[in-house]
Design a binder for this molecule. Structure first.
Ligand code: DCP
Ligand code: MG
Length: 371
């Protein structure tokens, strides 16, 4: 008895850059669980299992429907024994023991709390935890702790900057930066990047690229913008990092968290009157302004496409672009350039499409990069 031939299902790639992942996540119950475990492993500096859970979460995010049973994960990449065991528990009981245990773990809770402060990374959080500190008041009452400028601002504006930034607020900030850029140079270029470029409704900050068509002119852009924001009285915090970009040292051989372009990490004061529909403020907060985190990066124009691709994210999408380039194409990609190791040459690009084409990848739209 011969049934109909099985319908061929397009295989899901192990690389996020060969999948289309919108903001619609049909497997949130699993991916939230995986992200808790990934973060917990990150706090313990166990990179292997951390990455495994991040990859598994990313694969499930790309699926057009919720996984109904473990059998449905047949043939999916990046799902190992451990991830499948967690999924099975969630399918059966609606939750997984290991995740529950992690969420109620004092160390996890404390490190999560401490790293939620702007300027506090896992290293600092761990150091404070080992000294027996467990709350913000513990930290602020400890005389031997010297907070740096960034952390002081992080605590000062904690309420505001830990609340999500809305799309309308991102748009209002875009107007402010756009005005500054064009007051400086009429042919200045401003582009929204990060999560909002991927179509997210909310973000933890707003990311922009600012540059000029004339090579070299972009280096003065951020300092002038900062000056202007200061005069407007809306600059609450500024960490400016001048460019350390050196063409002769291209490209970096490993994934770097930071590139070498001029950039600044800001906290800006946003007025409610500037935001269509008003501020996303806490209930009972009668202020007509809020503090928001904004990042600006300023690559030279001939690096624009690489910077845009690198700052649009998501992080997992970026990781897999670089991994794909290295493993499948013998190429090195970072936020500055693409290098072909076989041909021993740099591959130029003026658009993101050029970079995908050099890599032999189908173009993935920004809103499909929510891996
Ligand atoms: N980025 C990266 N690796 C890092 C930091 C940043 O690849 N270590 C890139 C990818 C990110 C983008 O920069 O998408 C912006 O960084 P954000 O931390 O602002 O991340 P998102 O904008 O994606 O998310 P959020 O909504 O939390 O701001
Ligand atoms: Mg962002």
């Amino acid at each position: 008895t011969e049934g109909p031939p099985p319908t061929p299902v397009a295989a899901v790639s192990q690389y996020a850059c060969q999948r289309r992942t919108t903001i619609e996540n049909n497997n949130k119950i699993f991916t939230d669980a995986f992200e808790v475990l990934a973060e917990s492993y990150e706090f313990s500096e166990l990179e292997g299992p951390c990455l495994a859970f991040r990859r598994a979460a990313s694969v499930l995010k790309s699926l057009p429907m919720a996984v109904p049973c473990l059998a449905a994960t047949q043939g999916l990449p990046c799902l190992g024994e451990h991830t499948k065991a967690v999924m099975e528990e969630i399918l059966r009981y609606g939750r997984a023991f290991e995740v529950e245990k992690t969420l109620s773990d004092e160390r996890y809770q404390t490190l999560k709390l401490f790293t939620s402060v702007f300027g506090v990374g896992p290293k600092t959080a761990e150091k404070w935890y080992r000294r027996g500190l467990r709350s913000f008041s513990d930290i602020l009452a400890e005389p031997s702790i010297q907070l740096n400028q960034m952390q002081q601002s992080g605590f000062l504006h904690y309420e505001d900057i830990s609340r999500a930034v809305s799309k309308a607020e991102a748009r209002a900030l875009g107007n402010i930066i756009d005005e500054a850029v064009h007051a400086i140079t009429p042919d200045g270029i401003l582009a929204l990047t990060g999560g909002f470029r991927r179509g997210k409704e909310f973000g933890h900050d707003v990311d922009f690229i600012v540059t000029t068509p004339e090579l070299g002119m972009e280096t003065s852009l951020i300092p002038i913008i900062i000056n202007r924001l200061t005069r407007q009285g809306i600059l609450l915090y500024c960490d400016y990092q001048a460019s350390t970009f050196d063409k002769s040292k291209l490209p970096c051989h490993r994934f770097e968290a930071m590139d070498h372009f001029a950039k600044c990490f800001l906290i800006l004061r946003l007025e409610g009157s500037q935001v269509e529909g008003g501020l996303n403020s806490a209930e009972g907060d009668s202020r007509d302004w809020r503090a928001v985190r904004v990042d600006l990066v300023s690559p030279p124009m001939d690096r624009y496409a690489f910077a845009l691709l690198g700052w649009t994210g998501s992080r997992q999408f970026e990781r897999d672009l670089r991994r794909f380039a290295r493993m499948e194409r013998g190429m090195l990609l970072d936020n500055h350039a693409l290098y072909d190791k076989t041909k021993k040459e740099f591959l130029a690009a003026t658009t993101e499409r050029d970079i995908f084409a050099h890599l032999g990848l189908e173009y993935i739209e920004p809103w499909q990069r929510n891996a």
